[in-house]
Design a protein around this ligand. Structure first.
Ligand SMILES: *Cc1c(COP(=O)(O)O)cnc(C)c1O
Length: 364
């Protein structure tokens, strides 16, 4: 328990309001709960976030990645260059389609894939690059797009943490052959569980629709081998309400981050690259590696929930051990990062408490 009797400030706070509940109940009462008109409307409305001609809804962000890779024709014998400093889903999706992840190091400022490191890993088996817009900061899509064009590689953007992030005014999810979004409850918007693939390619969108539904467009006229990765209309109805809140949520996150930036003096606050619009899925600072456990404890004692994303880079997780031996910036980030509360439910008083507690950390 916090010793000062103040409320504990959680590191994340999924929002589920009355409108979401009413929208879900309306679908339940209609009796038509599986993929239907709510999913179609959610897809259409989400194109405004992704900036693409098409969106295809699925049951999770991981499914979105897996299905996008399948639709792009990536499979056994192919390599996909991914950052090791991400959630395991980024690499798992590559393995799930039978391809091999090749782990690239990150840029220390953005925590996203380093285009030079990615370039050094391109080989005869490389089929695609998967930038991850980590914490809501966009990867360097200008340089990555140039790299992909130079070597005739596809790009699949993992935008699962980056709904509404932009590079030079252009939304993430619109740069690659496809982009993917997650609607898990802790993400910037949610649909209980859910995911979305964005693309400008009508043919790819059609393939994605087939793949998520057993390869069928017309019932029982299966055209290809597919999975069942459909989103329910209950989820889509919740997602549509959340989508209506997304701009407000994002502005609040950005305002909260600005307040933390202005107040925190004791540690390195998250830099933003020129032209980047950061949407602060996480607000992640660096602390000296040897002081991080103590910092977590001290923040907890002050009633502030902080968290480490991700303490173990993917190349050190059991399924991937032995890949990506030399990733110094990845290893350093995994040892130093600490994410502070930045979610839209924070009050001005909460933010002041976070700033004061961080500035009071004993880091030496
Ligand atoms: C959350 C997340 C995913 C997976 O999304 P789910 O909806 O949980 O399957 C993939 N990549 C990244 C970077 C994520 O943060």
């Amino acid at each position: 328990m916090p010793d000062d009797q103040q409320d504990f400030i959680p590191p994340a706070k999924p929002y589920l309001g009355e409108e979401e509940i009413e929208a879900a109940v309306a679908v339940l009462r209609s009796g038509m709960v599986v993929q239907g008109p709510e999913v179609a409307a959610f897809e259409e409305e989400f194109t405004k976030v992704s900036g693409t001609a098409h969106c295809v809804a699925v049951n999770s962000g991981t499914s979105a990645l897996q299905l996008a890779l399948m639709a792009m024709g990536i499979g056994p014998g192919d390599e996909v260059i991914v950052p090791s400093f991400s959630f395991a889903a980024s690499a798992n999706a590559v393995r799930l389609v039978g391809a091999e992840p090749v782990f690239a190091d990150i840029e220390p400022g953005s925590f996203c894939i380093d285009p030079d490191a990615a370039a050094a890993l391109v080989g005869p088996k490389t089929a695609a690059i998967m930038p991850v817009h980590l914490y809501g900061h966009p990867a360097d899509m200008t340089r990555l797009t140039a790299l992909a064009e130079r070597h005739d590689l596809a790009i699949l953007e993992d935008a699962c943490q980056a709904h509404g992030a932009q590079v030079d005014g252009r939304p993430v999810g619109s740069f690659g052959a496809a982009g993917t979004f997650s609607f898990y409850p802790t993400k910037n918007m949610h649909s209980l569980e859910g995911g979305m693939v964005s693309t400008d390619d009508a043919q790819l969108a059609r393939t994605l629709r087939l793949l998520r539904n057993q390869g069928m467009e017309q019932r029982y006229q299966n055209e290809i081998v597919g999975a069942n990765m459909r989103m329910t209309d209950v989820s889509a109805a919740i997602g549509r309400v959340q989508l209506g809140r997304l701009d407000g949520f994002t502005e609040q996150r950005r305002a909260n981050a600005a307040r933390l930036d202005a107040g925190i003096t004791s540690v390195t606050t998250p830099p933003v690259a020129p032209g980047a619009r950061h949407i602060y899925h996480q607000y992640t600072v660096r602390v000296p590696a040897e002081a991080r456990d103590r910092a977590l404890e001290q923040l907890k004692a002050a009633g502030i929930g902080s968290a480490v994303y991700y303490p173990i880079p993917i190349h050190k997780l059991a399924p991937y051990v032995g890949l990506g031996a030399d990733l110094p910036e990845t290893d350093r980030a995994a040892a130093e990062v600490l994410s502070l509360p930045v979610h839209p439910s924070l009050t001005a008083g909460d933010l002041d408490r976070v700033v004061d507690a961080v500035n009071a950390l004993e880091l030496n």
